[in-house]
Design a protein around this ligand. Structure first.
Ligand SMILES: *Cc1c(COP(=O)(O)O)cnc(C)c1O
Length: 399
């Protein structure tokens, strides 16, 4: 049982006792017919769904319902629901991989759970026990396990989603919510070989701003980027490079955190990514890249393909478009790459801005610069259980 203060439904002591989310109360209804698994070459990102989903509902009077795993299908929503009218939806994106031992595993899922709780709090959605959400995720993966291919680069993308379902148009927090977790098998992001992407830097639309919601994984952060993305794609770029402020601080690339590699005067290299000032999404991949770079610098690991003596200075530091132009003109901008769960690491080969000449980064044979490649390989090896690092790989069997 959870204890927290409620506004409308207070008991004598001002504290209401309602049921917390409890995975031990899970009921499982299996689908009578399992879907055929479509050929892997038809798997785009998130276009194919597995057989089952988790659903639990929060009611302010009674708390969380007993969670269910049931055949995947549409939810029924009143059109006046908070999430439909006011966008009170938050979500997570994580992946399960099959290890060499044949067991499914997750990558740093505690970070996703903590972020889900922060996103829900930011949208004033009801609280829930994040450990129980993780247990439910593991149960669902176990039920739909046949969808995870064991080939390298393949995984099961997991989309925990929390929606405000209060019915009514008053512009206020939703005291009802639905938690839904579903799965989508995922192939390698780049189907015909890894290649560098292009990004158009835009100054007239912003993704996030100080005091806004950019630091949370909330649905309403994404749709405002669709129109600028369409415009950029018409101009031949694949992603948007998001800027902020008159000084054009570089913030993120599409829905990825951005890193750049800059050669220093002393010949060593800086690995830079913008600091978590509330406008940057605190990515699990971002955190992993920073941690691995620091471990390499401390001599705790040697990143593949890099010299042990290569001094990498990983820094969370603001940089601007002017910095990029200057470092590029000086031949010091060695690499730029995006980091996020879907792609892991994507090199950026070209950065455009209005009518200025594109910044062109050095081309690499396998589509990734040496640092981008080192981080991608290491993170994928840990995700796939080929390497162990700290407590980053978490077995699904261990409920
Ligand atoms: C999800 C997301 C990322 C990457 O986060 P990961 O935890 O690494 O997947 C980066 N930027 C934005 C805007 C995102 O939504």
């Amino acid at each position: 049982m959870a204890l927290w203060k409620t506004v409308g439904n207070s008991t004598l002591d001002g504290v209401s006792r309602v049921a917390d989310l409890d995975a031990s109360k899970l009921t499982i209804t299996l689908s009578e017919t399992l879907k055929p698994i479509p050929p892997r070459d038809t798997w785009l990102f998130g276009n194919i769904m597995t057989d089952h989903m988790v659903v639990a509902e929060f009611d302010p009077e009674t708390g969380w319902s007993n969670p269910e795993i049931k055949p995947r299908g549409p939810l029924s929503l009143d059109p006046a629901s908070s999430c439909v009218q006011y966008g009170t939806t938050v979500f997570e994106g994580m992946k399960a991989y099959i290890g060499p031992d044949g067991k499914p595993r997750l990558f740093r899922p505690d970070m996703n759970m903590a972020r889900l709780a922060r996103s829900a709090e930011r949208m004033a959605l009801p609280p829930f026990n994040i450990d129980q959400v993780l247990v439910l995720i593991k149960q669902l993966i176990t039920v739909d396990r046949r969808w995870i291919p064991s080939s390298s680069g393949y995984s099961l993308y997991i989309r925990p989603t929390l929606m405000g379902t209060r019915m009514g148009l008053s512009v206020a927090a939703s005291d009802h919510a639905t938690l839904c977790i579903f799965l989508s098998p995922a192939g390698p992001y780049f189907r015909s070989g890894v290649k560098a992407i292009s990004a158009l830097a835009v100054a007239d639309t912003v993704r996030a701003w100080p005091g806004g919601t950019g630091g949370h994984k909330v649905a309403l952060n994404y749709s405002p980027g669709f129109l600028p993305l369409r415009v950029a794609q018409k101009q031949g770029y694949e992603q948007i490079l998001w800027l902020l402020g008159d000084d054009m601080k570089v913030t993120e690339a599409g829905a990825m955190n951005i890193f750049i590699v800059v050669k220093r005067d002393d010949g060593e290299i800086n690995l830079l990514t913008p600091p978590l000032d509330g406008t940057i999404l605190p990515g699990v991949t971002r955190d992993s890249v920073l941690a691995l770079a620091k471990a390499h610098a401390a001599g705790e690991i040697i990143l593949p393909g890099l010299q042990q003596t290569l001094r990498i200075h990983a820094q969370e530091r603001t940089f601007t478009m002017d910095d990029l132009w200057r470092w590029s003109a000086d031949g010091r901008l060695l690499e730029a790459f995006g980091a996020g769960t879907a792609v892991i690491i994507a090199s950026i080969g070209k950065i455009g801005f209005k009518s200025r000449e594109d910044i062109i980064l050095a081309e690499h044979e396998d589509g990734l610069g040496p640092l981008a490649n080192a981080f991608r390989t290491t993170i994928l090896d840990i995700q796939e259980g080929k390497e162990a690092w700290k407590d980053w790989g978490v077995l699904v069997d261990e409920l």
